[in-house]
Structure formats: structure tokens, C-alpha cells
Design a protein around this ligand. Sequence first.
Ligand SMILES: Nc1ncnc2c1ncn2[C@@H]1O[C@H](COP(=O)(O)OP(=O)(O)OP(=O)(O)O)[C@@H](O)[C@H]1O
Ligand SMILES: [Mg+2]
Length: 239
Amino acid sequence: MTTTLETNHTPPPTTGTALAVSDLTKIYGEGRTAVTAVDGATFGVEGNEFVGLLGPSGSGKTTLLSMVGGLLTPTEGTIHIGGTDLTTLSKREQTRFRANNIGFVFQSFNLVPFLTARENLTVMASISDAPRKQIEARADQLLEELGLGERRNNLPEQLSGGERQRVAIGRALVTDPALILVDEPTASLDTELGTAVVKLLAREVKKRGKAGIMVTHDLRMVEFTDRTLRIVDGALSQE
Ligand SMILES: Nc1ncnc2c1ncn2[C@@H]1O[C@H](COP(=O)(O)OP(=O)(O)OP(=O)(O)O)[C@@H](O)[C@H]1O
Ligand SMILES: [Mg+2]
């Protein structure tokens, strides 16, 4: 994707930060039906920082996260992750980069239906460069921490919504990625479990020096983040 730099009036990204996003824009469709879902977002996240992303439904949160995670091609702008400009990589390179550096928890979980809970975590060994033994050990540890020890051999259809959500979180953490992106990790969880999961994410960020972004509608979860970004109609603001 080519980017237009003439419109770059915001400060250049600091490529040393864990994540540096500059003038990121996504326009879906064209002409009269075009929707500007994200409009020139510029921000950075440091390693060790857990950032909340808040905004009304349809404001562009998932679109922003998907671009940062290399799953959606921006219309304009740049994304530097640990110094690598994601937007300059080929699709193939992006896939590999993502497998090694980014943990993504989707709003819809995206579990593989014919793999057990444990296999949904260990499958990451075949797409990342991490050794299988290491992934397996980490998978077992995470399944325990997420309260899924007893459910490890269940298929997704044999799990509750909240259990599936926790499997998705485990899968995002199992390769120990430098950047964690989570889209509404507590939507299917009660307050107690939701709080436990968000605390686990915050602890992962702090303990392992990761950069984390968490989309949430739940203001109670904001207390576990270091700061918040807000997005309204595609326009991002920091507080
Ligand atoms: N593939 C698409 N094609 C066209 N428009 C889209 C597409 N995906 C999202 N949109 C539109 O872009 C805008 C932002 O959507 P997005 O999914 O990023 O919002 P969101 O903040 O994640 O909302 P929610 O809180 O409901 O998940 C919305 O107006 C949505 O209708
Ligand atoms: Mg969304």
C-alpha cells in the first residue's frame, strides 16, 4: 500500500517506541458510500504500557486495532512496531511478523473449531518461530492461570462464551509477543472473571515489558490501564 506523505502534518513517529502510529486512516468503500472509519490517528505506546481504547460502537476501534495488528491495510499512514514499518512489508512478511510479534484477541475470538482449547494455543508453535516445547509449556501455564486447566481438551463448541474468550486470550499470549491487542476482552465475562482477565493482561504487560492496547466499553476496567485513548467518529484523542 502506498502512502501519501504530503498530508503528514503531525510529528513524525518515534520509531524507537514499541508502537508508533502516524496519520493512520481507513476509508471503507468509495464515492458517496465511503466511510472514514479511522481519520488520521497518531499515537505511540511504550513497552511496559497498557493503554485503554474507548469509544462508542462504530467509532473505529476494531478498524484501528486491525490495522495496527497488520490484519487490515490502511488507506494512509504508517505503523512502526519495534522499529519495523508494518506498511512496507509484503503480505507474507506481515503474516510472519504478526505471528512472532503481535498477540491479537478478536472481538469474535476466532478459535479454530476443530482444535481443543489447548491445541488452539499450541497451534501457534507452527506459525511462529518459537520452539514447540516452549509454546507447550507456556500454553499449559496460561491455561491454568486462565482457569481453563480442566477444559483444556474441550473443543470450542464445548466451551462457554467466557471460556472461549479466555482461550483466545491465552492464544494471544502464548508466543510472548511484544505487542498485545485486545478487542473487548471482558464482553462475555462477569465482573469477577473480567477483572481477573484484565489484571492478567496488565500483569503480562508489566512483567514482560510489552505494549498493550485494550478496547473496552467497561469503565471499571480502565483502572487497570496506564492511560486511555478515545475515539469518536474515527477521530482519536489522548487524555
Ligand atoms: N468492512 C467494512 N466495510 C465497510 N464499513 C465498515 C467495515 N467495517 C467497519 N465498517 C464501518 O466502519 C465504522 C467503524 O467500525 P468498527 O468496527 O471499527 O467500530 P467499533 O468501534 O469497533 O464498534 P463496536 O464497538 O461496535 O465493535 C463503522 O461505521 C462500521 O460500520
Ligand atoms: Mg469493534
